[in-house]
Design a protein around this ligand. Structure first.
Ligand code: ASP
Length: 352
């Protein structure tokens, strides 16, 4: 249908000339010409767009502070994707409101492939947290693909008296109203993880929001906050250097990077599971040929042994190939919105 409409428009665009040309040539010729015309009409614009793209640097918008876990994944991908795209991919950190400032910005950017977003679970949790969200995650974006999954760890400041998860729970119960928990704002996975932790132990903690877990980690290392739940992409070096207390990993099974560490579920918090996933998005209406280029660069990056080694070092796991596709990301985002919205609503957490 779309093809025949475009063909009709092509003939009309030629006005009288198009009609005369059609009348003066043998039927088989004009049919061949019409077919050729339709093919040219249908294939040239995307092909041209793909050939010309990218003609200038691309901005990859990151919703959280530089140096933090999302930023690390973003910079690794930006550097690798720029090799395939032949243009720099410049990382821009646009902070605020648990990641929603960046998502709103990209949703309204020109759909030309020069402004893209990398985001995590916050893309799926924001609709339940923010009643006045200015974008719709499922319909205001074109999807590029998923990148990697990252486990989280529950950490305490190094001088917190509690050394194990049961000790931490007892300490929190004995010090109600005095223990605080850092996060990266409503919409951040640190907040989601903290919310599940508080629900699981039945005690409310004082939230201290930062604009990313990079500054939150600095506060934890300086003993200005008590607890932080954060991705291994940032926490592994501090755990290995023994600069923080480690209470468990948030995944349903133990992780390769910390094989000796129990899961929070094993530690007694039944069913506890949070895993951080990352997707790359463009504004809705980005031409399919441009999405193809971006997706090709994403998939090539994830096959790059240097990228694989870097991500593995940080405890991240590259997603299977079927998730590295636009449809893989869209389907996953939908399932995550369906998973988290009722949990957040039941917890009664609201940003506005
Ligand atoms: N780890 C953060 C979060 O809690 C985000 C970040 O700073 O990368 O969502």
């Amino acid at each position: 249908m779309a093809g025949s409409k475009k063909q009709g428009q092509a003939w009309q665009a030629g006005g009288g000339n198009a009609v005369r040309t059609r009348a003066n040539v043998a039927p088989w010729r004009w049919m061949a010409l019409a077919a050729l015309g339709a093919a040219v009409t249908l294939t040239l614009p995307p092909a041209r767009a793909a050939d010309a793209y990218p003609a200038k640097p691309i901005t990859m918008v990151v919703p959280f502070a530089a140096g933090g876990p999302t930023d690390v994944v973003a910079r690794t991908m930006a550097a690798a994707m720029s090799k395939t795209l032949g243009q720099s991919v410049v990382v821009e950190n646009r902070l605020g409101a648990g990641g929603t400032v960046s998502a709103a910005y990209v949703a309204k950017a020109a759909p030309d492939g020069y402004t893209i977003l990398i985001h995590h679970n916050g893309m799926a949790t924001a609709p339940a947290l923010y009643s006045k969200l200015s974008y719709k995650p499922l319909t205001d974006f074109s999807f590029v693909g998923q990148v990697a999954d990252v486990p989280m760890t529950l950490l305490g400041r190094h001088d917190l008296p509690a050394k194990t998860l049961p000790e931490l729970i007892t300490y929190i119960r004995q010090n109600q109203g005095k223990v605080n928990l850092a996060n990266a704002g409503l919409g951040a996975v640190s907040q989601l993880c903290g919310m599940l932790f508080q629900k699981a132990i039945g005690v409310e903690l004082t939230a201290i929001p930062y604009q990313g877990t990079a500054p939150a980690m600095t506060a934890l290392l300086g003993s200005q906050v008590d607890i932080l739940c954060d991705q291994t992409t940032q926490t592994l070096p501090h755990i290995k250097a023994d600069k923080v207390r480690l209470y468990g990993v948030t995944t349903s099974s133990r992780i390769k990077a910390l094989p000796e560490t129990s899961t929070l579920a094993e530690g007694g918090l039944k069913g506890f599971e949070v895993k951080v996933w990352h997707g790359i998005y463009a504004p809705r209406g980005t031409p399919p040929a441009v999405i193809d280029r971006l997706n090709g660069a994403l998939r090539t990056a994830l096959k790059d042994p240097a990228v694989a080694a870097r991500l593995a070092d940080l405890g991240a796991e590259i997603v299977p190939e079927d998730k590295q596709t636009p449809e893989g990301l869209r389907t996953w985002l939908k399932s995550e919105i369906e998973k988290w919205s009722p949990i957040i609503k039941a917890a009664g957490v609201k940003a506005d």
